[in-house]
Design a protein around this ligand. Structure first.
Ligand SMILES: CC(C)(COP(=O)(O)OP(=O)(O)OC[C@H]1O[C@@H](n2cnc3c(N)ncnc32)[C@H](O)[C@@H]1OP(=O)(O)O)[C@@H](O)C(=O)NCCC(=O)NCCS
Length: 165
């Protein structure tokens, strides 16, 4: 299935929020206590996402042929993946992998001093991140009402032929 990826700006906030909410509620919310789920949904409503998009080190969206947004990645800092979500009806089509590839290329080009990118992985996303070369750097932990595992990707591993994939 074809899709394109392009950088996101704050005017994509409503569509980005819809993708995050649909994906979170179907795939990730099991790892969150009810109050924390509500807090996450509030923080990722269009207004909150718009502010994050405006200040992101990188934000990219995946779009279907009809222009519908079907996935997004948002890096608030060049060394941190904050959000990476794909529409639940479009899983296992390489969309998240392609989003990360664009984000990584941007960070390597624009922030060459950044060697390691980190994130908090929910349990459903852990195998996906492992497939990209991220490795756990913590046990699973609870924080702010949700459980996650801290993971990291050392970007220079690729050029040394030493990626963990
Ligand atoms: C995790 C997520 C972003 C993956 O999106 P996706 O577009 O389906 O992933 P891709 O198609 O790019 O997958 C690439 C590879 O990752 C691995 N992978 C992806 N999803 C997987 C799963 N559920 N179980 C095991 N491996 C998985 C596979 O190796 C896959 O390659 P393959 O399909 O050829 O076997 C998506 O499931 C999602 O949006 N989850 C909910 C939100 C979330 O938890 N985001 C992360 C917040 S930390």
């Amino acid at each position: 299935m074809k899709f394109t990826i392009r950088p996101l700006t704050a005017d994509a906030a409503a569509a980005a929020s819809a993708v995050v909410h649909a994906s979170f509620q179907r795939l990730a919310s099991n790892d969150w206590l009810p109050d924390a789920q509500q807090d996450f949904l509030q923080r990722t409503a269009p207004e909150g996402i718009g502010a994050k998009l405006a200040s992101a080190a990188y934000a990219g969206g995946a779009f279907a042929a009809d222009g519908t947004m079907i996935g997004l990645v948002l890096m608030p800092e060049p060394n941190l993946v904050g959000l990476l979500f794909v529409d639940p009806s479009r899983l296992r089509q390489g969309i998240a992998q392609a989003l990360w590839a664009k984000a990584r290329a941007h960070i390597e080009a624009e922030f060459p001093a950044v060697e390691t990118v980190e994130l908090n992985a929910t349990s459903n996303a852990l195998p996906f991140y492992c497939s990209l070369g991220f490795v756990p750097i913590s046990l699973e932990f609870w924080r702010n009402g949700h459980r996650a595992t801290r993971m990291a990707c050392w970007l220079p591993a690729r050029k040394h032929g030493a990626e963990c994939i």
